[in-house]
Design a binder for this molecule. Sequence first.
Ligand code: ATP
Length: 448
Amino acid sequence: MGEIVISLNNVSKCFKRYARPVDRLKEILIPGKSSCDEFWALRDINLEVQKGQTLGVVGRNGSGKSTLLQILAGTLQPTTGEVSVNGRISALLELGSGFNPEFTGRQNVFFNGRLLGLSHQEIAAKFDEIAGFADIGDFIDQPVKTYSSGMFVRLAFAVAVNVYPEVLIVDEALAVGDVVFQHRCMRRMRALMDSGVTTLFVSHDSGAVKTLCNSAVMLHEGRIYTTGSPNAVIIEYMKLVTQEELELLNEAKPTNSLESSPAFDPDRILGEPSELTPTLLHNNGNGKPQRRGNRKALIQDVRILNSLGEYSKENLVFNFNEEVTLVIDLVAYELLQGCIVGFFVCDKNGNEIIGSNTWEENLQIGKLSPGEKLTVKFKFRLPLKPISYSVTVAGSEDYTSVTFDWIDNALVFQVLPPDTGKNIHALVDLPMSTEVSRNFSFNVSVQV
Ligand SMILES: Nc1ncnc2c1ncn2[C@@H]1O[C@H](COP(=O)(O)OP(=O)(O)OP(=O)(O)O)[C@@H](O)[C@H]1O
């Protein structure tokens, strides 16, 4: 086990909530007379983060993520429990929260750097890199109160990631700024990760958590709900979100419209469980496909046919760039006003590599009656790195409604290396034409 850099032991945080501002004043002036509610934003958090780990923190709004990070960054004190963080922390929790609005960008860089424990010389040596990363031009010498929110976060992020942090704490700051900057941030975060910086990353963007993090924790109502691989935690998170959306929908409905749909049993996804087990290799660590949805329609079967149209559930191995057909059968259990069926091919971290759906492929399915069965076929090639992939399949009435059935890890397949012997370095290997031209840009006279 690696060195533990962050450790939280039974950490809880209680906020006092006052109905009226005057109640807060009363409590200060008349000790012992309090008319506030206590609200526990965090309860009994036990967590250890190893050196070099990149931990994604996910959870619904108000689940306690920011409170947790602020406690780690030292801007909030826990009510009970112990926190220990070993190493220089650089926190990016709010837009330039450590900035003085009257100072220029340049002054704030030095000011922030000093707060983080760097010497003037160290910051001066890093200044050009920080300014280059922020890329805000002449604004670097303007007071930051004149900055747009995008400029603010660019500079804040540039400082946070360029001051040799040992522990980096980031709260969704990547969502701000233009696309080029987001990519630069992602690359920088990756470089920091590779160099062994321990990182905590709060985000609602499941893609970013899957891409950037090597482990994740999900908070729910101030408690740890689950921890594990980013993919497994995101799946749990999405299940909870769907469940809560369904509960809201059902509360709004006078009758239970789901009565007609069959009992929801994830093992009975695609026919008999015994038939499924061989192909359902699972990459989320708990040995089961993960399923959620409102059950108005259910996916009955998923299979991938090879280029000859054959299906072998025991042997889902395909040649590099082979043309395969993904077949999805589903049955409607209620009247559906419309239907979109789609899929993703994902790598083991849950990153979506290939995907589409009937709507985007211009197939308007229209209404489906109860009992009606639909078979959808997607034909595509697999120009993929020779590793294993999982398939996620899903269906919904339209883009805005809750999915009726969503199955992560419905099946797993393997791609073989190309016969040509070519090494596939990236995840996808698209056909390309390559050209090289040679000439001299200067003449060198060689003396013998
Ligand atoms: N200073 C405070 N006083 C009272 N309640 C607070 C305070 N700060 C946070 N809370 C409450 O604590 C709970 C957790 O808040 P927190 O900001 O940590 O959640 P979050 O998971 O970061 O949410 P979001 O995703 O919306 O940012 C919320 O219910 C919030 O209202």
